[in-house]
Design a protein around this ligand. Structure first.
Ligand code: UD1
Ligand code: UDP
Length: 366
């Protein structure tokens, strides 16, 4: 008998990391009756990913508004899912990560007593406010999921330490590696705005806990670095959140060797990472992708829920401190030995076959 599965995605990284799971579920139409729901907590950035992977959501809540609040996203997702579940009860719901879409979807499933599967379960910093609100968001599915798909043994250990029954915790690898390998295998590098041979740093920056003074300090560090090193470009596809875009434009617009662009679709971003010398980033996903590409990441955060990449030597925390950021960039770009030490390839987040494992586990359980 086929089982009704609802997969819910709200933002860019959720769509990237769920695309391999959706593709793997689609291979078993006799087993799974699949519906994809986009909450569209993100609009343009979510659509970029859905289009790239050819995913057409059966339902789209279209809830993004400019400069939205956490309360609004939470209430809208809860209300919409309550109404959806009253007409149609899936046998299982899947969501990925630690956005507000995921927290609210998990809570809606708990209220409706529908089994919830959490992809990328068990990440923790131990500090409820770092990252904010993601540490809280991921603890909610941690309390109630029927299946915790942990990317690594470390993440699984966190869940077991919180008293989750062993049979609910599965180490699968991270599905972002499936997505990354798929793009690298199936696409050629597209044209780049940076001339062949020119050295560049690829940057992302969007965390809520950095809003205000810390983000201004980060952008000022980039401006200072760019002023001192005109031979290197910093390429920054700017996140559309107004709390990011405002200060980025104010501090970095017009700096000659800082290239500000719109967010790149995943295909372009993967190839841009692969051609870059290193990354300056507060993204979760980038910290996971970089070890597989052998690209050092200076992480614009004080704490990370992804210690595996720090242990592997690929990621180093530099926070939002101006001098630490400039010194980190200079060390890696001008000291070949320091660079080599951080650019060893490793695969702490899996072998690119996480989605198949998740589908096998669901198949056996449902
Ligand atoms: C959200 C997640 C964060 C995740 C990030 C991935 C929460 C609370 N935050 O942060 O965990 O790391 O996504 O990027 O769940 N906007 C657009 N177009 C888009 C997307 C966003 O214009 O395609 C603008 C809108 O003004 C929107 C604002 O950005 O209101 C904030 O979006 P939101 O999803 O609330 O927060 P993010 O900072 O994107
Ligand atoms: N990414 C992308 N285009 C960009 C910047 C990032 O496709 O312009 C990808 C990146 O490779 C990673 C994911 O988006 O897989 C990270 O998403 P984001 O930084 O929005 O969120 P986080 O991972 O921090 O939740």
């Amino acid at each position: 008998m086929s089982r009704k599965i609802l997969v819910i995605a709200g933002t860019r990284p959720e769509a990237i990391k769920l695309a391999p799971v959706i593709k793997a579920l689609e291979k078993h139409p006799e087993r799974f009756e699949l519906t994809v729901m986009a909450t569209a907590q993100h609009r343009q950035m979510l659509d970029q990913v859905l289009e790239l992977f050819g995913i057409v959501p059966g339902l789209d809540l279209d809830l993004m508004v400019p400069d939205q609040t956490l309360t609004r996203i939470t209430c809208r997702v809860l209300e919409e899912l309550e109404s959806y579940f009253s007409g149609r009860r899936p046998d299982a719901v899947l969501a990925q990560g630690d956005t507000t879409t995921v927290m609210a979807a998990a809570l809606a499933c708990f209220y409706a007593r529908i089994p919830f599967g959490h992809v990328e379960a068990g990440l923790r910093t131990g500090d409820l406010y770092a990252p904010y609100p993601e540490e809280f968001n991921r603890r909610v599915p941690g309390l109630l999921a029927a299946w915790h798909f942990a990317p690594t043994g470390w993440a699984a250990g966190n869940l077991l330490g919180e008293g989750i029954a062993r049979e609910k915790v599965h180490v699968t690898g991270n599905t972002v590696i499936d997505a990354l390998f798929y793009i690298l295998k199936t696409t050629a590098p597209p044209p780049s705005p940076i001339p062949e041979g020119r050295r560049y740093v690829l940057m992302t920056c969007h965390r809520r806990e950095n809003f205000g003074e810390p983000i201004r300090e980060i952008f000022t560090a980039v401006k200072e670095f760019a002023g001192k090193h005109p031979e290197i470009t910093v390429w920054y596809p700017v996140h559309p959140n107004p709390h990011v875009r405002g200060p980025a434009g104010e501090i970095l617009d017009g700096v000659e060797n800082v290239l500000l662009t719109e967010p790149l679709d995943y295909l372009h971003f993967v190839h841009a990472m692969n051609r870059s010398e290193l990354l300056l980033s507060d993204s979760g996903g980038v910290q996971e992708e970089a070890p597989s590409l052998g690209k050092p990441v200076l992480v614009l955060r004080e704490k990370t829920e992804r210690p595996e990449a720090v242990a592997a030597g690929t990621c180093r925390l530099v926070g939002s401190d101006r001098s630490r950021i400039v010194a980190g960039l200079e060390e890696l770009l001008f000291d070949r030995a320091a660079y080599r030490e951080m650019s060893e390839k490793s695969n702490p987040y899996g072998d690119g076959r996480a989605a198949g494992r998740i589908v096998d586990i669901l198949s056996a359980a449902l």
